[in-house]
Design a protein. Structure first.
Length: 227
């Protein structure tokens, strides 16, 4: 049973003070920093690029979990790797050559992840399992923060957990994660949780409590599922 990782999404942070926000969530016991990269093409929003990742890198030693919601992703992998990404996750839907993309990330010395949109079946990663360090299940349609959790993600998480077996692959969920939904996906087999609004609500004085609530709910569900 893998330990629960909480990866706050800086999409919900105050962009006017992003470095301070990253330090604050690190101090509040976050495990990773989740960086949502959107291109206005693959998803209907624009966010940040490699320059922002590079600017944030000195603010924490926590791993940067960089989620590329961009197509094509190939021209930008090296730039994000050089900017300080530790893990780079690409969408199965964002290009015809998933193997090639994952191999390129690994060749850059980074951990590789694959992301599945809500309507994309778990089976789409079956033949890429030996190239991934993480599978990210989107429990909302990507593009915006603050959306409601899509319940069918729970079934997909359980299917992927069975598919992963004993492989050292982390199973991440992103979208509508709070204490209640964290328990649902952790019981199904998720061990890595991305949360934006639920972490950043209330301001910096609440970050530690918000993270602790999500972690406690997930760990409790994980223990009950294993019993």
């Amino acid at each position: 049973m893998a330990s629960i990782v909480i990866a706050p999404s800086i999409l919900s942070a105050d962009f006017a003070r992003l470095g301070e926000e990253v330090r604050a969530i690190a101090d509040a016991s976050a495990n990773w920093i989740h960086v949502d990269v959107m291109d206005g093409h693959f998803v209907p929003n624009l966010t940040i690029g490699p320059a922002v990742v590079r600017a944030l890198r000195p603010h924490t030693s926590l791993p940067f979990d960089v989620h590329l919601m961009i197509a094509p992703y190939d021209p930008y992998l090296a730039a994000f790797a050089e900017a300080g990404a530790d893990l780079i996750a690409i969408h199965a839907e964002a290009g015809p050559h998933l193997h090639r993309g994952l191999q390129a990330i690994r060749a850059l010395g980074k951990r590789a992840g694959v992301v599945l949109n809500p309507a994309t079946p778990a089976s789409s990663v079956q033949y890429a399992l030996d190239l991934v360090d993480l599978i990210l299940v989107m429990s909302v349609n990507p593009g915006f923060g603050g959306q409601a959790f899509i319940p069918s993600a729970v079934e997909k998480v359980a299917e992927l957990r069975a598919m992963i077996g004993q492989r050292p692959i982390r199973l991440e969920v992103d979208g509508g994660i709070n204490a209640e939904t964290a328990a649902l996906v952790a019981a199904a087999g998720a061990d890595t949780l991305v949360a934006g609004s639920a972490v950043f609500q209330g301001g910096p004085n609440h970050y530690a409590g918000n993270i602790a609530a999500i972690r406690s709910a997930a760990e409790g569900a994980q223990r009950r599922a294993a019993a």
